[in-house]
Design a protein around this ligand. Structure first.
Ligand SMILES: [Zn+2]
Length: 416
């Protein structure tokens, strides 16, 4: 896969050239023409997606999701917010309904969330994530996949996740089947002495934000707090990292986000979609949400020179490999059940047959283990029994096609 650190560098440099991408900054035609403000950034991103589409015979549908946000805490007056995205439609009519998505936020900020004209380079936060989304679109649009891939860039993140919130709600209302959302926010690999450029953190929710009362009761009863669909996605990413060796190792963090902080994956989680956040190993807070300046010998501001473009490229490779694996894989098995009618020391799992002649794998692990430890490969069946007590392990089932593409793992519901 031809992810290019040079391309990523050029794209982040371009994003920084707009001087500020604050959601409240200029978006009038003159400012767009002058290459200043969020409007200019938006038009440039759209143009890039369109250029990638020309290079693949029009394979991408380039779209905007634009709305007027009413005044709120960090939005002093009604403000037009525009998400820009490109859709690589799946080639298989049945699987094309399934979607996987990558996103970053193209808005930026400095010390003052209301400073609409001061410099806010946002090279790392989140020029890096925007560049990951663009580079995944450029590279993956050269290939074909049975399922659909969406390359998204959102605005309004720094004002309160406004863009992603609107997009995720729209996706839910329109019944989109988003199997996975990958949010890249601060993946620049800030060049500080304590940085570990061989690691990228992957945050995932434990108890789902969207779980209702009955679902929460089941999670409590069964010890399901470590098995949300977002966490299965995180485990999938860890496996992709081991298989494709993108040059950066995913470190799974079993937490919604950094301590008391947030990001756009939360908007997707709130609508019930599996979503995770990628962030560099060690953030430098002098370089985030700060006016560009030097004080007492310390350099502040989210400047280009702190970004490690090779690192961003490695994170982009991990994202692209994850999107490609999922978009090539079968749908996750449906109606996965663990039989509980009898008290017995073996365990029987059942599931619905998929749309093709897939094989299935039963996975299991100790309840205290972070990742799947064992796998039992079965043929094209819809039922499997293992001589293991359901009380002692956690099970899941995944589908495998003839080329070995594996779906996300699904944890069973009890069947009484
Ligand atoms: Zn951010």
């Amino acid at each position: 896969m031809q992810v290019s650190a040079q391309r990523i560098q050029a794209n982040i440099e371009k994003l920084v050239s707009f001087q500020t991408r604050l959601t409240l900054s200029a978006q009038d035609p003159d400012s767009i023409k002058a290459g200043h403000g969020i409007g200019a950034a938006r038009e440039w991103i759209k143009g890039e997606f369109e250029r990638y589409s020309q290079d693949c015979g029009g394979c991408l549908a380039v779209k905007t999701d634009s709305f007027t946000e009413t005044p709120a805490d960090r939005i002093p007056q009604a403000t037009v917010i525009t998400n820009v995205y490109a859709v690589l439609k799946g080639t298989d009519p049945e699987n094309a309904k399934r979607m996987v998505l990558v996103t970053g936020h193209y808005d930026s900020r400095n010390s003052d969330t209301f400073d609409a004209s001061g410099a806010a380079p946002g090279a790392n936060d989140d020029g890096s994530g925007t560049a990951v989304s663009l580079e995944c679109a450029r590279v993956l649009s050269q290939l074909k996949f049975p399922a659909t891939i969406v390359f998204l860039t959102v605005a309004g993140e720094e004002q309160g996740l406004n863009g992603s919130n609107h997009f995720a709600k729209m996706a839910r209302q329109q019944g989109w089947d988003i199997e996975a959302a990958l949010n890249n926010d601060i993946v620049g690999g800030d060049r500080n002495p304590q940085q570990d450029p061989s690691v990228v953190r992957v945050f995932s929710e434990g108890v789902p934000l969207a779980a209702n009362g009955a679902e929460l009761r089941l999670i409590r009863n069964l010890g399901g707090e470590n098995d949300s669909t977002s966490r299965q996605l995180a485990r999938y990413i860890a496996e992709v990292g081991r298989t494709y060796l993108p040059g950066v190792k995913p470190l799974l963090v079993f937490r919604l986000d950094r301590y008391l902080r947030g990001g756009d994956h939360i908007s997707f989680n709130e609508q019930g979609f599996a979503a995770v956040r990628f962030t560099e190993y060690r953030e430098d807070y002098h370089h985030q949400h700060q006016n560009v300046r030097t004080e007492n010998g310390i350099e502040y501001g989210d400047q280009l020179k702190f970004v490690d473009f090779d690192y961003v490229a490695k994170v982009a490779r991990l994202n692209a490999a994850t999107l490609a694996s999922l978009a090539a894989a079968p749908a996750p098995p449906a109606k996965v059940r663990l039989q509980t009618k009898e008290l017995e020391n073996s365990s029987t799992l059942t599931w619905d047959a998929g749309s093709a002649d897939f094989s299935y794998e039963i996975l299991w692990r100790d309840t205290g283990s972070p990742e799947w430890e064992h796998v039992q490969t079965l043929g094209s069946v819809t039922r499997g029994t293992l001589p293991l007590s359901k009380d002692n392990v956690i099970f899941a089932v995944r589908a495998v096609d003839h080329q070995g593409h594996r779906s996300l793992a699904v944890v069973p519901q009890p069947e009484r």
